[in-house]
Design a protein around this ligand. Structure first.
Ligand code: ZN
Length: 273
């Protein structure tokens, strides 16, 4: 993709963060890998409603500005922590969507498997990164969660999600906010009841077959067409059992066209048992 097209796409999704009500004031930020240690980044002190392609900066591996008129945002280190650990990731997005951020503020997790499709898309749960002061400490807190997850709650802060492209990263953030809204209703109705254990094995297997989960790193190494995601391990103390990590070869990874069909069939089969 050309730099000008990527700029337009990043700016479009930045404005969507504002349109969805997931940011206020100057909150939220997006970055996209340009290659050779260069990243497009939204500028600091700017409403996401006002972002256009020309207002994006380019920063280097240290987060220092290479080009652009405004300064990089202060949370750039979180984005670079993800890019360094995940060569398959090309876009990182951060926002403060109110419901998911409410969970992060209340200390209530989204780390239990609730909805079949979400288990396939994000793994058994969305972990919460413990609170740490902005800067190096927050990067160190995030680092252990990057390899095996694609979206996290940041305690007392918001949501960070990443993906192979802008749309995928944005949709993962959208899914976290949606799960939080579902969980909030469930709490009002008596609490979240996790998916039955018998369904999880098949869902995680379909996740593996779809090239999601830990296959992401293998796919990236083998230059598969659209490398994606990481498999969320079961939360501590959970009785969820992960399927065996049998990394598929690139040729065994489903094309995006097959993906939806495989996921639908596997979920339907798992829920019929
Ligand atoms: Zn933030």
């Amino acid at each position: 993709m050309s730099e000008s097209r990527l700029r337009a796409e990043v700016a479009d999704y930045a404005r969507r963060l504002h349109a969805r009500g997931w940011v206020a004031n100057h909150d939220g930020n997006l970055t996209a890998r340009l290659g050779e240690g260069r990243y497009l980044a939204t500028p600091t002190a700017t409403s996401k409603a006002a972002i256009d392609g020309a207002s994006l900066l380019i920063v280097d591996e240290s987060g220092a500005r290479v080009s652009g008129s405004k300064k990089p945002f202060g949370e750039i280190g979180l984005h670079l922590t993800v890019f360094r650990a995940r060569p398959d990731v090309h876009v990182v997005v951060h926002a403060h969507p109110p419901t998911a951020t409410g969970f992060a503020v209340a200390g209530v997790g989204l780390d239990r498997p609730m909805i079949a499709e979400a288990v396939v898309s994000l793994g058994p749960g969305v972990p919460t990164v413990p609170f740490a002061a902005p800067g190096e400490a927050s990067c160190r807190a995030l680092a252990p969660f990057v390899e095996n997850h694609d979206a996290v709650l940041l305690a007392h802060h918001g949501v960070l999600a990443w993906g192979a492209d802008v749309e995928q990263a944005f949709l993962r953030l959208e899914l976290v906010e949606h799960l939080a809204r579902v969980a909030l209703v469930a709490h009002q109705l008596g609490g979240v009841r996790p998916l039955p254990e018998f369904a999880l094995g098949a869902l995680l297997e379909s996740r593996r077959k779809a090239g999601l989960g830990r296959a992401a790193s293998a796919a990236a190494t083998e230059k598969a067409p659209r490398a994606v995601i990481a498999c969320a391990p079961p939360p501590p103390g959970s009785d969820v059992v992960l399927v065996e990590d049998r990394r598929p070869r690139a040729s065994a990874i489903a094309s995006p066209g097959d993906l939806a069909t495989i996921i639908r069939q596997e979920i339907a089969a798992a829920l019929k048992k």
